[in-house]
Design a protein around this ligand. Sequence first.
Ligand code: PLP
Length: 564
Amino acid sequence: MRPGPGGCCYRRPVRANGCVANGEVRNGYVRSTAAAAAAAAAAAGQVHHVTQNGGLYKKPFNEAFEETPMLVAVLTYVGYGVLTLFGYLRDFLRHWRIEKCHHATERKEQQDFVSLYQDFENFYTRNLYMRIRDNWNRPICSVPGARVDIMERQSHDYNWSFKYTGNIIKGVINMGSYNYLGFARNTGSCQEAAAKVLEEYGVGVCSTRQEIGNLDKHEELEKLVASFLGVEAAMAYGMGFATNSMNIPALVGKGCLILSDELNHASLVLGARLSGATIRIFKHNNMQSLEKLLKDAIVYGQPRTRRPWKKILILVEGIYSMEGSIVRLPEVIALKKKYKAYLYLDEAHSIGALGPTGRGVVDYFGLDPEDVDVMMGTFTKSFGASGGYIGGKKELIDYLRTHSHSAVYATSLSPPVVEQIVTSMKCIMGQDGTTLGKECIQQLAENTRYFRRRLKEMGFIIYGNEDSPVVPLMLYMPAKIGAFGREMLKRNVGVVVVGFPATPIIESRARFCLSAAHTKEILDTALKEIDEVGDLLQLKYSRHRLVPLLDRPFDETTYEETED
Ligand SMILES: Cc1ncc(COP(=O)(O)O)c(C=O)c1O
């Protein structure tokens, strides 16, 4: 499948939640004080649903997914319907040379090639995506800090190609980069240290870790990562995506079972598929769905032979980057212990960005890192660098060093990049002798709560957890995807907009990423512009009415299964 606008994997629309009551995992929701509180909160017009389970959660877990208003859903479907109908009609008229406008046909120079897409994808790309293509792949020409410079471009052929005007749109407020702690910058101690290492070591390593690409810097980094995560050992890789896609096949294979959240990132999906293990998918963050799969796996074993599974591996993310939701880690850990499964946690978006000390989702919930078997994360977001890591028991890391394709066959991390990670991580840990890292973590948490609260007050439908720095603002209708991106850029605010197939068809959205580098003044300016564009495009859909998700019954027949 072609990656959609925003470049993400396709995500299914279903959402429902499980519940853990008083520390005991129950396969079904039992009304409790927490549920009564949630219902009361909903009745009182608050949009949060509260899950406080004395045994497992040490603090309230507030995550809201306001339902799509019926009228908006109908209008969105109608919008796609009209676009599709007219697209086909015009294609038909074009075929008979009645329609004279040829914007939505492939360019002349493309027609000598075999069609790249299958029928509907070709149609969708030409007739729908091309209309708003200018919102993606915009080149920037500065550090992706709180503000960013964008190269202005124009299209004279209906977005099939772009020409640069030579102008730079300066100082655009950057609400789209994953620069959570503000370490993506070209000044300061990290940059100075990286520049020094660059002078000493150069850029390239030109070898793998097993050959002559194992630098003292890599060893230093891995020790630091292990101590940061609170695990026995860690290994660093040149690419976050490859960390998932190449290490999962080293951990599981035929005869093993992977239980994967339906909204997992494409790198996890690819890794799971490459492994040859059987994959079963549970509903997003839904503990009933996960427990059902675990139970079935234990009771029935492998298909046909009924032998027990060699291993059961649960794949989850810390923060889900399209939903802004946080994994219900205490419940996942309770389940994995109960059914003796392994847990693989991808902290790409949560490491650095969550928890009182920035150590991610484990830190956020006050859990023991030992309870997570494979701690995966990337350096591309909070650390402003590149690459990924895996942390865990020494035995695990020693095994991966010799069995993972990305460890054995890939060139190791560039030294200045390593230095950027080391200095930013030391800063977060306070090992640089300053409180800067701690302040950045606090600033991000404050910015997140402030920005989310203000958007909700304005009447937008905002998805996700109140502590998630990833903030999806729902746009729904196809015409509003392009309009929102363009109107915001006109007002000097750069945003990421996402539509089908990266989201379910009626759940197009803008996805903001907050940063510690955003000052209150920057956020207020961005909020003012969002408010204005929200009125202009009539995006304030919220009725401040949330049906507590816990009250939705879990439908046992809807989980998806892939057999090998
Ligand atoms: C959950 C998750 N895992 C892995 C990756 C891949 O990481 P990288 O971009 O560092 O290659 C991403 C990228 O955004 C991600 O969101």
